[in-house]
Ligand binder design. Sequence first.
Ligand SMILES: [Zn+2]
Length: 413
Amino acid sequence: MPFEMIKDFAETGVMPNTAELISNGIFRKMNSSIPEVSSVAWSSIITGQNPGRHGIFGFMDLFDNSYKIKFPNFNDLKAEPFWCRWEGKSVIINVPSTYPVREMNGVHISGFVSIDIRKSVHPGFLIPKLEELDYRLDVDSQKAHKDLGLFMKDLDQTLSSRIKAYRYLWDYIDWQVFMLTFTGTDRLMHFLWSAYEDENHQYHDLFLDHFRRIDEVIGEIAGNIGDEDLLVVLSDHGFERLDYDVYISYLLAQKRFLQFKKGPDISLENISDGTKAFVLDPARIYLNLKGKFPCGAVDSSERESLLCRLENLFNSLEIDGRKVIRDIYRKEQLYSGPYLENAPDLVLVGAKGFNLKASVKADRLTDKAIFSGKHTQDSAFLLVKGIVDMSIVPEMPAVWDVKDIVEKSKGPA
Ligand SMILES: [Zn+2]
């Protein structure tokens, strides 16, 4: 949920409980991770580490010395989540990229992508109770492609089941830390950002209703905690209207940085040794380095000049007279730690409205997809209420200087 939207909903009465928290707490605009995808952002939120230390750089990654794709899960997270780093009892519900669950003190129900309920709940004896509450691991987004009405219904039922589970565990477990994550908001904004902007949209009221329901839970929680407690509400990234999908692979192929072996199979696993660079979602650029990849074609001595050529290409990219790429970062600017080696060489952040994608099969540079909303890097929010050392949540500029954050995070942690 973006900072501007929660501010809007607080001011216009859609989220009155949140408005009250804002007036009594600390409310800040916050930057997301780079790239601004849930797997990376939540991995940083739960470990307090950058991807160079927790090892999660995106929703997909490559096997070593290969172009073969893997989908990292909780077993690939290289840093410990906070609930494993203290003795207290925690309840953790629906945090993305925490599947499969493992032994911990308390209750852990994993979030997106959770495949099998038996590996999604610790301790396992809670599964029958969750089934009784009709608990759903995730919204069925496939429904949105067929029928938005059915999708909205599914979204509502999934939220209801999540609320029932949270209420049950809130009372049943003697916890010290409770973490509840709503992910339906992300699906809703991808498919129906237009319903937020357009008051006459068929689903405008249902869109607002979803946030009204979440606000009720926020109010309930705020009312159930004591003066000695700390409440943190945050989003893992912001959202905005999606104007264009832009396929970076297509651009690289057009400019001959990316080449495939002859034949019908257009896939990363079929790139040829003419390839200088390739991309993984959303816009992580990897140089095809000799010694690192099977068809490596780039000497380390070439690295600097190649990076400069790619930066020039991305900097000059325009669609309909609008600059497509807002920022280009080299990996050393963003990440530090033992897993820096696995990081992409460049990461691009799209300008307003431009949704960057890899998709090697794309046959055009730009397209308009079914989604009407896209993630943003610079408009997440943080809201804190309770006993807290105010100096740790300083007034921040609207856009943080990423280099500054990296500098500050290079401490012993
Ligand atoms: Zn999303």
